[in-house]
Design a protein around this ligand. Structure first.
Ligand code: ZN
Length: 289
C-alpha cells in the first residue's frame, strides 16, 4: 500500500505538471471510484483549472479554481498516472481527467479498486478534522507524539499505524523505523520516556525523507505518475527480509503478526521496550487495532 513517501512523490510529480491546466472533461468507467457521486464530480470539475496539489498523511488533495477540492486515497493498488492523451486506457483505468490543450491526461488506475476520490464539500482542514487524521508524519513534533503515545496502552506498532495518532506511516515504514530504533513492535506505547520518543520522532522523519529521496518503495503496484518505480525497496533493512541476516548483528530476521499485520524484526536487536507479557507467550497476537 502506498505510504507517505509514495504519496508525496505522486504529489510532487503532479505539481510539476498540473497547475494552470484546465479540465476539459471527466470520463468514468467505474462510478464507485468517486465516493461523493460521479455526476456531481464531473459537473464540479469541468472547466476548472488546477491550482495546486497537496498531501496530508496518505491523502492527496487536488485544488482547482472556484475553491473546488478533490481528495484521493490510493489504498492498496491505486495509481495516479499522467498518460499520453491518445493512449487507450486498459481495463484497470477507472477515471480519466482530460486536460484542455495538454499532451497528457490524468488517469486513475487501480487493480484492486479500493482507492477512492471525493469532492470536498468544505475545506481541506474540515476534511482532516472530520477524518480525525493526526499530524502529518513528515512534520511530526516529538512532544505531540509523546502525548499521544502516553494515552494509549496499545502496542507501539498498532499506535504508529493509527492514522488518527500520526498520519502517513504504514506497515513498511513502521517496521523500518522500529528496527532502526531497536524497539520491539510489541512494547507498550505508554511505557516510552520523552527522550525515547524524541529519538523515535527523529528516526520517523529520517526514514521518510530517505525513502522520499529514492521516490518511495515499489514492492507490488506502486509507480509514480510517469510509471516509474521507486527505489527504497533495495535498502529496506527489516521489512520483507525474513530469514536474512540482520545488518547490525547477523541474527536472522523473523516475521510475526503484530496488530494484524505482517511484521519483520530482529529478535536480538529489538528487545528494547518489550513488555513482560511477551515472555508469557501472548506476544504475537496482542495489540490488534
Ligand atoms: Zn540484529
Amino acid at each position: 500500500m502506498p505510504e507517505l513517501p509514495e504519496v508525496e512523490t505522486v504529489a510532487r510529480e503532479l505539481r510539476r505538471y498540473l497547475p494552470g491546466l484546465r479540465v476539459g472533461g471527466v470520463v468514468c468507467r467505474y462510478p464507485r471510484v468517486v465516493s461523493t457521486g460521479i455526476e456531481a464530480f464531473q459537473r464540479a470539475l469541468r472547466g476548472r483549472t488546477f491550482i495546486d496539489i497537496g498531501r496530508h498523511g496518505k491523502y492527496l488533495f487536488l485544488s482547482l479554481s472556484g475553491e473546488r477540492e478533490v481528495a484521493l486515497h490510493l489504498r492498496m493498488t491505486g495509481q495516479m498516472l499522467l498518460l499520453p492523451r491518445r493512449q487507450p486506457p486498459d481495463g484497470h483505468c477507472h477515471l480519466e481527467i482530460l486536460l484542455s490543450g495538454a499532451d497528457r491526461k490524468l488517469v486513475y488506475r487501480d487493480v484492486r479498486k479500493f482507492g477512492r476520490l471525493e469532492l470536498l464539500s468544505g475545506s481541506r482542514a474540515d476534511f482532516i478534522r472530520d477524518r480525525r487524521l493526526g499530524p502529518d508524519a513528515l512534520n511530526l513534533r516529538a512532544e505531540r507524539l509523546y502525548d499521544s503515545l502516553r494515552r494509549t496502552r496499545r502496542c507501539l506498532k498498532a499506535a504508529l499505524l493509527d492514522q488518527r495518532l500520526l498520519a502517513g506511516l504504514g506497515n513498511i515504514y513502521t517496521d523500518e523505523v522500529l528496527f532502526r530504533e531497536r524497539l520491539s513492535p510489541l512494547c507498550r506505547s505508554d511505557s516510552l520516556s520523552l527522550r525515547r520518543v524524541q529519538s523515535l520522532a527523529l528516526t520517523i522523519r529520517a526514514v521518510l525523507r530517505a525513502a522520499l529521496r529514492r521516490r518511495g518503495t515499489s514492492i507490488s503496484d506502486y509507480v509514480d505518475p510517469g510509471g516509474r518505480r521507486g527505489g527504497y525497496q533495495f535498502v529496506l533493512q527489516a521489512y520483507g527480509r525474513e530469514g536474512e541476516a540482520c545488518p547490525r548483528c547477523g541474527t536472522a530476521i523473523v516475521r510475526s503478526i503484530v496488530a494484524g499485520r505482517g511484521t519483520w524484526t530482529c529478535p536480538r536487536c529489538q528487545r528494547s521496550g518489550a513488555p513482560h507479557w511477551t515472555a508469557r507467550g501472548f506476544g504475537a497476537t496482542v495489540g490488534g487495532g
